[in-house]
Design a binder for this molecule. Structure first.
Ligand SMILES: *Cc1c(COP(=O)(O)O)cnc(C)c1O
Length: 333
């Protein structure tokens, strides 16, 4: 895979660590050996996975002479926090369109990421009802900004287009280089599957390099069939952009939807258990919306013998812990 043909900003200085999780593995009866790839430790205010995608998306914005970024997300969006953070670093204005997916969930004075939007000086926040056509809402915002003489650039939700997903195809290469270095044979990779760029990029990278490592995506909102099609479509687009000639086999895209619960961002008992388990065995902070539900899936698959006994399983920690502080009641009750 050759990433040198694409505009790219340099936000990541070193590979993020791959660490063993011996205490967590023991807490799950030592059936498997769990490892974690610490993308929660990526640079960018508050850390997390979107920085990998934004290296490519913000570079593309700059290449297009933009001076203003528009993006969208849910009311506690990590993606919006990190897009704003890198826009600030680059001297670009940043406007957010927030989708209130759970009715009544937007509170101007809320903590977590919402507070950080304010702290980092977001130029504007527009809150729209759940189900709104977010691209249309961002295009309308772009027209308004153009009329004021600005040069806006739209980054889609989660930076999950073929440009942003390059960041996770590149992460697959980074991960494989580390594993080879450590001489660590991983049998399974578990990732969250939200706006799909992370999952799709990993599938493209792992498939292109013929690592033989299966990738399981844990859904955070949609049902299995719908999410798999979204991931597969983005994987094909990303592979085409990278000039990978080999077809991505459809069966490389595997999603689990049992851990979503009642819906996106709504806490579940298994998420609360997993967040506490990671915190109290490895002192690793997850988040309620993505990594917590992904970890709930990982824990359940380990307990149910989904992985062969003695397997080495790598969990991709995508960050999001600033959102914990907006959900404290779920953990204290
Ligand atoms: C956005 C996000 C994800 C999901 O990544 P996608 O590329 O949107 O699927 C996972 N974890 C955290 C913390 C996120 O903010």
């Amino acid at each position: 895979m050759n990433f040198t043909r694409f505009p790219r900003r340099k936000y990541i200085q070193t590979p993020t660590p791959i660490e063993p999780m011996p205490a967590l593995s023991r807490a799950l009866d030592g059936k498997v050996n769990l490892f974690v790839k610490r993308d929660d430790l990526l640079p960018g205010a508050g850390g997390g996975n979107k920085t990998r995608k934004l290296e490519f998306c913000i570079a593309d914005a700059l290449e297009n002479d933009a001076n203003t970024i528009i993006t969208c997300g849910a009311v506690q969006s990590n993606h919006c926090r990190l897009t704003l953070a890198w826009a600030v670093k680059e001297g670009l204005d940043c406007h957010l369109v927030l989708e209130e997916r759970v009715k009544g969930s937007y509170k101007k004075e809320a903590s977590g990421n919402n507070f950080l939007f304010e702290l980092m000086g977001v130029k504007s926040i527009e809150v729209v009802p759940g189900g709104t056509d977010m691209m249309a809402a961002m295009e309308k915002k772009a027209e308004d900004l153009k009329a004021e003489g600005r040069h806006p650039y739209i980054i889609p939700g989660g930076a999950s287009n073929a440009i942003g997903a390059l960041g996770y195809a590149s992460c697959a290469a980074e991960t494989m280089a580390q594993l080879n270095d450590m001489h660590l044979d991983i049998h399974h990779l578990v990732v969250p599957s939200g706006s799909a760029g992370t999952h799709a990029g990993m599938v493209v990278g792992m498939t292109a390099m013929e690592t033989g490592i299966p990738v399981s995506g844990m859904n955070v909102s949609r049902e299995k069939r719908v999410q798999e099609e979204i991931v597969y479509k983005l994987a094909k687009e990303t592979a085409a952009k990278l000039g990978i000639e080999k077809e991505i086999p459809r069966d490389r895209v595997v999603c689990f939807d049992q851990y979503v619960g009642p819906g996106y961002s709504i806490p579940t008992d298994s998420m609360v258990e997993a967040v506490k388990l990671f915190a109290q065995t490895e002192a690793i902070l997850l988040d309620p919306v993505y990594s917590g539900k992904t970890a709930a899936g990982l824990v359940d698959l380990v307990r149910n013998g989904y992985f062969a006994s003695g397997a080495n399983v790598l969990f991709l920690h995508t960050g999001g812990s600033p959102a914990l502080y907006a959900y404290m009641d779920s953990f204290r009750k």
